[in-house]
Design a protein around this ligand. Structure first.
Ligand code: AOS
Ligand code: ZN
Ligand code: ZN
Length: 413
């Protein structure tokens, strides 16, 4: 798109929004300020249980992962943080890594522990980790989490994300209540070792890799556990961790009402925890989620700044950098559209029982083409006007392949 055409689009949109009493400058600064962390495991090709197809030029170590995120940050101006995964990303020299990240304008978002794989530790997690019936295995899993906190401290991170694969595949395999009790005790030990300015983000997931029961299947269980820990433990919503057709926006509202929303793992899904690009399957749902977020923050249910934003996607098909550019763009669009909702009018419709009017308000915002707005915010922040086009024109993947090789493989899933 030419710069001239872009400018015309911005002024048309600006006129359109002014008629609705919306100030475009304020909108632009909100969109620019909104930053989403990128996970270190999203920079290589993801695998499935059937295979993994290398895309070439994948980052071979943590330094190269940071380089890729630095590039994303420079192009999109939509991310300024990385979420690391231990043991996949153990820094050899934390000071040097911290400095490299700072030079790229990248900080360290929540750290992710991993007790869902055997990774050279002495006792196996085959039968679970924080909920294991064997106390020695629980202890080992607790110590791993404490080690992750220590690594995070050395990098300046302020959070620990815990996702448990724990559960059972067959009836009778696990004792539901004991598993929950052990999980609570293990989490308490971890929480007690967390610095005062850290938060614990607890994920839930109804199935996979365990298919009969998971120890933390839903937001209610996660929120129950967080309450046993203390005020700095909150619920993390991963969009793919719901049964089909779950009303995720309502879950978000309910958590905000209790001040219990820790943050997000953004992705999209058709069937389950598909980890597809955010906004690729259900953009309207993403918009409705942002409506609850914007509304909840405006109405002081929970402060916007208290919520953490992260992408959690990894798949087999696209160039991961292109994929992340698309995801960051989709998230920014959903946020921008949610900012357009006339909340006063919506509240009025709710009072009057004007169902048609309420739907019109939401769809009017959703159907507004905000691409020029998101682009303008990015350009004003110093990003590329069209990051994807730039990436392709500059042949960045080809350059990465030349540098890192055709078969380089990122650590991760
Ligand atoms: C797993 O399903 C969870 O979404 C985790 O947050 C995440 O994908 C994992 O920690 C990355 O391996
Ligand atoms: Zn997740
Ligand atoms: Zn997941």
């Amino acid at each position: 798109m030419s710069t001239d055409f872009h400018q015309k689009s911005v002024s048309l949109l600006s006129e359109q929004l002014a008629e609705k009493g919306i100030d475009i400058q304020e909108l632009l600064s909100k969109i620019s300020a909104f930053q989403i962390a990128v996970p270190s495991w999203a920079l290589g090709a993801g695998g499935t249980r059937f295979g993994r197809f290398s895309i070439g030029g994948e980052p071979r170590n943590l330094e190269e992962k940071l380089d890729d995120i630095g590039l994303l940050a420079r192009l999109t101006k939509k991310t300024d943080a990385v979420s690391l995964h231990i043991p996949w990303d153990i820094p050899q020299d934390a000071q040097a890594i911290r400095q490299k990240a700072a030079e790229l304008g990248i900080s360290f978002d929540a750290m992710n522990s991993n007790t869902f794989q055997d990774y050279g530790q002495s006792l196996s997690y085959k039968m679970g980790s924080l909920s294991n019936a064997n106390a020695a295995i629980r202890q080992q899993a607790v110590e791993h989490n404490i080690q992750v906190i220590e690594i995070g401290k050395s990098l300046g991170s302020k959070g620990l994300t815990v996702w448990l694969a724990d559960g059972s595949n067959f009836p009778g395999q696990a004792h539901f209540r004991k598993a929950l009790q052990w999980t609570e005790e293990s989490l308490k030990s971890i929480y007690s070792k967390m610095p005062d300015d850290w938060k614990l983000l607890l994920e839930y997931k109804p199935y996979e890799p365990n298919f009969y029961h998971t120890v933390i299947p839903d937001w209610g269980t996660s929120s129950f556990l967080c309450r046993q820990l203390g005020g700095r433990a909150k619920v993390l919503v991963d969009l793919g961790h719901h049964l089909p057709n779950t009303n995720i926006e309502q879950i978000v509202a309910t958590l905000m009402h209790q001040g219990m929303l820790a943050g997000f793992h953004f992705n999209d899904s058709k069937f389950g925890d598909d980890d597809l690009s955010t906004g690729s399957i259900k953009p309207y749902q993403l918009f409705l989620i942002f409506c609850e977020l914007v509304g909840g923050a405006e109405e002081n249910a929970q402060a916007w700044e208290s919520i953490s934003w992260m992408i959690d996607a990894s798949h087999n098909t696209k160039d991961p950098i292109e994929d992340l550019i698309q995801a960051l763009e989709s998230i920014a669009q959903a946020y921008a559209k949610a900012l357009l909702v006339d909340r006063a009018k919506l509240a009025q419709c709710q009072v009057e029982g004007d169902v048609v009017g309420a739907q019109e308000i939401l769809q009017d915002a959703f159907l507004t083409d905000v691409r020029a707005l998101v682009r303008e915010a990015r350009v004003r922040s110093g990003g590329e006007d069209d990051p994807l086009a730039f990436y392709r024109k500059e042949k960045i993947r080809e350059k990465l392949i030349a540098k890192r090789g055709k078969n380089s493989q990122a650590s991760g899933l």
